[in-house]
Design a protein around this ligand. Structure first.
Ligand code: PEP
Ligand code: MN
Length: 264
C-alpha cells in the first residue's frame, strides 16, 4: 500500500485548510516538550506569526535515561490543544504506547511516532484505526525498506494518512547528533506516494546547522519540515535546547523558505 507502484499519484493529506504533500511546503514548529501553558502559548503565537501551520510539542517524551524529565503527560496535551486552537494552528504530538493513542488522538491533529518506536508493531497497528494522520519517524538505524514496512502496518490497518519523516540516522560521525540523510527524501518519494517531512533539528542536534539543512531539505524536495524552536532554549526541560532555534531565527528561516517554495 505504501508503494508508488500501487498508488502512482502523490498522497495529499488534508487537515482543515492545510494540505500536506502534493506541492505545498508545510512547516511544523515548536518546542521539544510542552512545559507549561504560558510556554506553549507564547511559542504558538511565534510559530503562527512566522507563517508556520502546525505546532509541535511532546507531552510524553522518550528519554534515554529513566531519571530525565519524561514530559508533563495528558495535561500537556490539553495545554497544546488550547494553544493550537487560540492561534489557529494544527498540532502534532508524540504517542509512545498503544494505551495513549486514543487520548492523544482526542487532543492532537497529527500523531507523531518517534524514531525509537518505528518498529513498535502493536503501536503501529493501533494507529491504523486512530482516525488521525500519523507522522512516522525513521528509526535511527532503519533502512528505507524497514521504514516503508512500518508505514505499511498503519496503512494496512485502515489509515491512509501517513507521512514519512527523515530525522537523521546513526553513523560513525559524532560531531552531529545524527546524520541527516538527505537522500532519503528523493528516494522515499520515488518508492512511495506518501509525503516526506524532514527534521533538521534531531537530524543534526546543532542549532547552527538547522538553517542550512532545512534549506537543503527543501532543495531535495521535502514536503515539509518539523523544526524545534524555544523562547529560552538554554533552560528548556529536555536537552534539545542545543538544537532549538531562537524565535527570530525561526522567523527569518521561514522568510527565506518563502523564496524557495510556496508556503501553504
Ligand atoms: C522529538 O521530536 O522531540 C523526538 C523525540 O524525536 P525523535 O523520535 O526523532 O528522536
Ligand atoms: Mn526533541
Amino acid at each position: 500500500l505504501a508503494s508508488r507502484d500501487f498508488h502512482p499519484e502523490d498522497t495529499v493529506i488534508k487537515i482543515g485548510n492545510v494540505s500536506i504533500g502534493g506541492g505545498e511546503l508545510v512547516v511544523m514548529g515548536g518546542p521539544c516538550a510542552v512545559e507549561s501553558p504560558e510556554q506553549i502559548d507564547e511559542i504558538a503565537a511565534l510559530v503562527k506569526a512566522a507563517g508556520g501551520q502546525v505546532l509541535r510539542g511532546g507531552a510524553f517524551k522518550p528519554r534515554t535515561g529513566p531519571y530525565s524529565f519524561q514530559g508533563v503527560g495528558v495535561e500537556g496535551l490539553i495545554m497544546m490543544a488550547e494553544a493550537g486552537k487560540k492561534h489557529d494552528l494544527l498540532t502534532i504530538t508524540e504517542v509512545m504506547t498503544p494505551e495513549y493513542v486514543d487520548v492523544c488522538a482526542e487532543y492532537a491533529d497529527i500523531l507523531q511516532i518517534g524514531t525509537r518506536n518505528m518498529q513498535n508493531f502493536d503501536l503501529l497497528r493501533k494507529l491504523g484505526t486512530c482516525g488521525k494522520p500519523v507522522l512516522l519517524k525513521r528509526g535511527f538505524s532503519a533502512t528505507y525498506d524497514e521504514l516503508l514496512n512500518a508505514a505499511e502496518y498503519i496503512l494496512a490497518g485502515g489509515n491512509p494518512n501517513v507521512m514519512l519523516c527523515e530525522r537523521g540516522i546513526r553513523t560513525f560521525e559524532t560531531y552531529t547528533r545524527n546524520t541527516l540523510d538527505l537522500s532519503a527524501i528523493p528516494v522515499l518519494q520515488s518508492l512511495s506516494h506518501l509525503p516526506v517531512i524532514s527534521d533538521p533539528s534531531h537530524g543534526t542536534g546543532r542549532r547552527e546547522l538547522v538553517e542550512p539543512m532545512t534549506k537543503a531539505s527543501v532543495a531535495a524536495g521535502a514536503d515539509g519540515l518539523i523544526i524545534e524552536m524555544h523562547t529560552d532554549p538554554d533552560n528548556s526541560m529536555t536537552g534539545d535546547g542545543v538544537q532549538s532555534l531562537f524565535p527570530d531565527q525561526f522567523a527569518s528561516l521561514l522568510r527565506d523558505l518563502e523564496k524557495l517554495a510556496p508556503l501553504v
